[in-house]
Design a protein around this ligand. Structure first.
Ligand SMILES: *Cc1c(COP(=O)(O)O)cnc(C)c1O
Length: 390
């Protein structure tokens, strides 16, 4: 723990792995330093059913293969599987189970995950319970097969104690899946805490350039990997080779980007904490966050996500603030190099029923920021001028 902000990230060898793991140029006949893009959907066979490594693009592709192995290395996992989206990855995991099986899901998860479990998986006969993280153990039943949590929730940025929940999962012989999209493998590796499956929406920080939709599942469990690999191919939820190529390029700067997201978001949080028009700031890397100590124990740093409440503000005030921003873009999503701002109550979390929004404190004066990689001074002066308009 050192540095101005109390702690700095330094997982050993992360950047080196992102740049080199599984990308030795000597494996290609061209000796290309950059992994060549292979668009071919089919691969020549020596004889019937006798092929070198790949046979058909849905079953496997060189670019996907490189990316999956490299991402596994970054998350300290043995196996990785990429999917056409984060939700595609989630659907793959849900498909490990059969009608009558029970899944326990955190009550404060990504809206699309909630919708997939609640509106699609239940139709296929899975039983789903949305449960507060402190009530997980008492929700386990005979048919419970999976616990699904997020390491840092959205938009309330609640910190989930992964080792504690992993212990419960182990005790009851239930699988644990952790969606760590908001934290990234640069700051936290849930496998090290006992998670069986780790999921990221690559769309967010891992790609980081807001131009690819993709998801990944990481695991150390060979049996789960084999089952998921079968499902990935059988269900056809696969990413395009070009997108894999793009993400392999993006992760070369993941370490650099995350350091800067952390630095910028902490500066923005500090500024907002002192502003008279701001009621409260939620940023897990700031001592003002109620679970700051737990967060420090579980991670080596924080991403660019922060949420704050405008003081005595109505929906109209929040709208005026957001429409006045010039450097921040008013848009959904997160994790890209560009700073984004949004109003969860009417945008990303509009589908959460009003009474549940109240419980979670997702009010009309709650603003979520994805702090990007612009100069922090520019971001702060943009927020300053927009706050003046409220
Ligand atoms: C965006 C997101 C997802 C879904 O990912 P897609 O790539 O959009 O399908 C899942 N979990 C979290 C936490 C997310 O932010």
């Amino acid at each position: 723990m050192s540095g101005e902000n109390g702690y700095l990230p330094e997982p050993k060898g992360f950047a080196t792995a992102a740049i080199h793991a599984f990308q030795d140029p000597e494996q290609w006949s061209s000796m290309a330093v950059v992994t060549p893009m292979v668009a071919s959907t089919t691969f020549k066979q020596y004889g019937p059913a006798h092929y070198k490594q790949f046979e058909y693009g849905r079953s496997g592709n060189p670019n996907r293969n490189v990316l999956e192995n490299c991402l596994a290395t970054l998350d300290n996992a043995k196996y990785g599987l990429c999917w056409a989206s984060g939700l595609g990855a989630t659907m793959g995991i849900a498909s490990l189970f059969k009608a009558g099986d029970h899944i326990i899901c955190g009550d404060d998860v990504y809206g699309g995950t909630n919708r997939l479990f609640n509106k699609v998986c239940t139709k296929l006969g899975l039983e789903i319970s949305f449960v507060h993280e402190t009530k997980i153990e008492s929700a386990i039943k005979e048919n419970t097969k999976l616990i699904w949590i997020e390491s840092l929730t959205n938009p309330t940025l609640k910190v989930i104690d992964i080792p504690a929940i992993a212990a419960i999962a182990r005790k009851h012989k239930v699988l644990l899946a952790v969606d760590s999209t908001f934290v990234t493998p640069y700051f936290q590796r849930p496998i090290d805490f006992g998670a069986d499956l780790v999921v990221h929406s690559i769309t967010k920080y891992i790609n980081g350039h807001s131009d690819v939709i993709m998801g990944v599942v990481l695991t150390n469990n060979k049996d789960l990997y084999d089952q998921l690999k079968f499902l990935q191919n059988s269900m056809g939820i696969v990413p395009a080779p070009f997108d894999c190529y793009q993400v392999t390029r993006s992760i070369k700067t993941l370490a650099l980007r995350m350091k800067q997201h952390m630095k910028n978001s902490l500066e923005v949080a500090k500024f907002l904490e002192t502003h008279p028009k701001v009621e409260k700031v939620l940023h897990p890397g700031r001592p003002s966050h109620p679970q700051h100590e737990l967060y420090k124990k579980l991670t080596s740093g924080c991403s660019g996500m922060l949420t704050f409440y405008l003081k005595n503000a109505s929906l109209e005030h929040s709208q005026r603030f957001l429409s006045s921003l010039k450097v921040f873009t008013l848009a959904e999503s997160l994790g890209g190099y560009e700073s984004l701002a949004e109003l969860p109550s009417v945008m990303t979390h509009a589908s959460v029923p009003e009474d549940q929004r109240k419980v979670l404190n997702i009010t009309d004066n709650m603003i979520r920021l994805s702090v990007g990689l612009e100069d922090a001074e520019d971001l702060i002066s943009d927020l300053q001028q927009a706050l003046e308009k409220v």
